[in-house]
Design a protein around this ligand. Structure first.
Ligand code: FAD
Length: 285
């Protein structure tokens, strides 16, 4: 199949992009970033946007910057940018260890970090990372700039709090403490496939006890999210396999699993149990 016909807009500035988006959004105008999700959907005619606002020629949107507290990731930063640590902080190493799980190399060199967030696939690694670490999304429209916390951003399967005329210009991730520990694990049937479940954890050790614990699960529910019951099972504990098992059990009990052609609810709970425990083991390495 070929896509239905559309008008291709190629703005050179952000102001021009949001002006065009405001005009075309009511006629199903969409932003085109890396095209790695939108173009296949269009090729299958599951989406037939009449206008595409291509943001790839806007200077500055490929910027990655850190002010010592926050890492800002522009709308055209590709997944592949994170193959190396982009910041001298545990977050740089975490991003790099997660990036290699996303699709395959050619897709990582086109697809964007912010495009993944805007697309909001429940199994997206970046959506999980944003939800777990408490990212802030910066949305721009002709009405101005709006900040959206990750917990309010993901509203359902492939659905976000972005208005149809808003462009996600930047995602901001809090840097991790220099002594932060982190771990990631995902299960997919084949390397490069979307995860059927994934977990990301971070914590610090204070006198040998776990503190500032974040446990996030993706791919298991409609939206990725932190799991307070699992975090509670770890906070104040010394890291060992007994507490990892307790946290994994709490996470499995807390999720309302997606059921699809690949899994039933029980199997997906089993996967959640496994990926949370493995992510904790990964963090301890
Ligand atoms: C074979 C294959 C395997 C894949 N495996 C994985 C995987 O394992 N994990 C994973 O996370 N992803 C995977 N992907 C998807 C890939 O990561 C995409 O790059 C990503 O989901 C979307 O980013 P993009 O820049 O390509 O967005 P596009 O395809 O350009 O856009 C996707 C959607 O987001 C909107 N959008 C994009 N950018 C913005 C913005 N800045 N502001 C507002 N709206 C915006 C578009 O309008 C569109 O609706 C896979 C893709 C393929 C083809």
């Amino acid at each position: 199949m070929k896509p239905a016909s559309f008008v291709h807009h190629l703005p050179k500035t952000l102001a021009e992009a949001v002006r065009i988006l405001a005009e075309v959004a009511p006629q199903d105008g969409r932003v085109l970033a890396g095209g790695q999700s939108l173009v296949p959907i269009m090729a299958f005619r599951l989406a037939k946007p009449a206008h595409l606002v291509d943001i790839n020629e806007i200077a500055g949107l490929d910027r990655i910057a850190s002010d010592g507290k926050v890492l800002s990731i522009g709308a055209c930063v590709r997944h592949g940018a994170f193959h190396r640590a982009v910041v001298d902080n545990p977050l740089g190493r975490l991003l790099s260890s997660v990036a290699r799980h996303i699709a395959h190399y050619p897709i990582r060199m086109r697809g964007t970090f912010c495009g993944s967030l805007a697309h909001a696939d429940p199994a997206s690694e970046w959506c999980l990372l944003a939800a777990t670490l408490g990212a802030t999304m910066v949305a721009q429209s002709t009405r101005g700039e709006r900040l959206i916390a990750a917990q309010d951003f993901f509203t359902g399967i492939m659905s976000t709090a972005l208005a149809e005329d808003e462009l996600l210009v930047e995602a901001r991730l809090p840097l991790l403490a220099p002594d932060a520990k982190f771990g990631f694990n995902e299960f997919s049937r084949r390397a490069g496939d979307f995860a059927m479940s994934a977990a990301l954890v971070s914590y610090r050790l204070a006198g040998g006890f776990m503190t500032d614990v974040h446990v996030g699960v993706g791919g298991a529910e409609a939206v990725p999210r932190r799991i307070p019951a699992a975090e509670g099972a770890l906070e104040g504990q010394t890291p060992d396999d007994t507490v990892y098992r307790a946290a994994a059990e709490a996470a499995a009990a807390a999720v309302e699993p997606l059921v699809d052609h690949q899994t039933d609810a029980d199997y997906r709970r089993d996967l959640v149990r496994a990926v949370v425990r493995r992510a904790l083991q990964d963090a301890a390495k």
